[in-house]
Ligand binder design. Structure first.
Ligand SMILES: C[S@@+](CC[C@H](N)C(=O)[O-])C[C@H]1O[C@@H](n2cnc3c(N)ncnc32)[C@H](O)[C@@H]1O
Length: 208
């Protein structure tokens, strides 16, 4: 099993601090306008975004593969339900959700797994439900670093590959849904010893 994330959470704790990502804060506003009540957060890490959704009044379920991260998350659960396991084994419950928010997880997989993951998300979404995904764009400085393992996909750290999305690529992954909005957003992040830096992220907001 890939231990990249497990080792990071074990070594660095709540790596990106307690505040939610800017894209998740934006998703909260979109979800409020859409009348969302129940949110699924795949790849929820130690819960910083899931916690922000819960504080905003949503009923929240997270899915996370790292034992250390899910233990951190459960220490501060605030009513959030966490499933411990891989998104490739979804569904973990019989629920269908009003919304899915997924931050910096989809780009960690190769093409076949990305397609399967998105299908599993669509299956757990109500008709009329919405999905908000944030991913690395091809404009991120890391693009091209390391070994190319698939088109626009590079392995620059042992155990972590990243697929860098163009607009067309991201839209094509969501073609079974109605694209409501897509774009780029700067997302500043605390990074422990590395200090604060700003990611450029591509996001997708789409409706089933
Ligand atoms: C870049 S981190 C983002 C974490 C969280 N979304 C956040 O912003 O705080 C990627 C997360 O995806 C999780 N992850 C990676 N592969 C996964 C998988 N197959 N199933 C579930 N979670 C996974 C990692 O353990 C890690 O928590």
């Amino acid at each position: 099993m890939n231990t990249f994330w497990e080792e990071r959470f074990r070594d660095e704790g709540r790596i990106w601090g307690d505040s939610p990502s800017r894209t998740a804060t934006y998703a909260i506003e979109l979800f409020k306008k859409a009348g969302v009540r129940e949110v699924l957060v795949p790849g929820s890490g130690y819960g910083r975004n899931a916690e922000a959704f819960a504080r905003a009044g949503f009923s929240v379920t997270g899915i996370e593969i790292s034992t250390t991260a899910v233990n951190f998350a459960r220490q501060n659960a605030q009513g959030i339900r966490y499933h411990h396991g891989s998104v490739s084994d979804m569904p973990f419950d019989d629920s269908v959700y009003d919304a899915i928010c997924c931050f910096n997880v989809l780009h960690l997989f190769r093409k076949k797994e990305r397609m399967e993951f998105l299908q599993k998300c669509r299956d757990q979404l109500k008709d009329g439900g919405v999905m908000f995904f944030a991913v690395f764009p091809e404009k991120e400085p890391g693009y091209g670093r390391g070994r190319m393992v698939e088109e626009h996909t590079f392995g620059s750290k042992p155990g972590r590959e990243v697929h860098y999305y163009t607009t067309e690529d991201l839209v094509s992954g969501f073609q079974a849904l109605e694209v409501l909005e897509t774009g780029l957003m700067e997302d500043p992040e605390e990074h422990g010893a590395e200090g604060r830096h700003t990611h450029l992220l591509r996001y997708m907001y789409a409706r089933k």
